[in-house]
Write a protein that binds this ligand. Sequence first.
Ligand code: CP
Length: 326
Amino acid sequence: MSSIQLTPTGKLRHFLTIEGLPRDMLVSILDTAESLTSVKDRSIKKVPLLRGKTVANLFFEPSTRTRTTFELAAKRLSADVLNIAMSTSATTKGESLLDTLRNLEAMHVDMFVVRHAQSGAAHFIAQQVAPHVSIVNAGDGRHAHPTQAMLDVFTIRRHKPDFGGLTVAIVGDIRHSRVARSQIHALNTLLTGEVRVIAPQTLLPADVETLGVKVFHSLDEGLRDVDVIIMLRLQRERMQGGRLPSEHEYYQQYGMTTERLAIAKPDAMIMHPGPINRGVEMSSSVADSPQSVILEQVSHGIAIRMAVMSMAMQHNQPDKAPQAAT
Ligand code: CP
């Protein structure tokens, strides 16, 4: 899929998935985000990188963190932002996704940020849009959530920059998680020492080893010598049939508690993409512990989304890296 994401000269055009993107591109996004983090400290929290551009947020699924941080990121880049609540749009009267898109294109939108329950929705839209328009995937079905994975590796890099020396464990509902897939691709592309998944068999995809991970079914075994722990929510909205006995039993076996956290390295980071279900995947004592960087992840989402949007909007401009200090 990288061919549709990159221009013939290797610039970012659309951001749909981490899979297939070169390591240099991921590092460039991380470095650009690093240069943009200081924008939040200015008295006027804005740079003109997207001045004159229009960004439309099309969210066909609920979102708190992703939608608001994309909106803030676009505003900090000085773009005009349209937030289209799909539940109150004409799609509820039978208008197709393509017709909605064509109508918004007629309003000269330059970038669409798309969240959709259907895997491949953002890719489908990317195939239809005019050459100057960019698509950013804000989560499609169980397929990919690439900006979430980038903000996660950005958060890891800020604390533990040597990816080659790290063991990272992703715990929970890997099977239904677009976040986990994107995180695994990002961590492996950045040459992470070891990527583990820890879950019951029923919450793992059939082909999980082919993604380049080590599988554990016991949380206590999987946490040994781990530097970074990423907890995932049980994604009941995508589960078909009974994959779990009960949330109580799941918490007994896979819930992160202070005692279990002590099995990992003493300075292990605790991460979660949100939303958290306290008492299901982790205790409040872990979520709010000094080792937790969960709210830091949310803050970093703004810089990462600024980086992705500014880079994608330069795909048809002469070579020039986005600069914060303009
Ligand atoms: N992490 C994440 O995608 O959260 P939202 O569903 O709130 O956007």
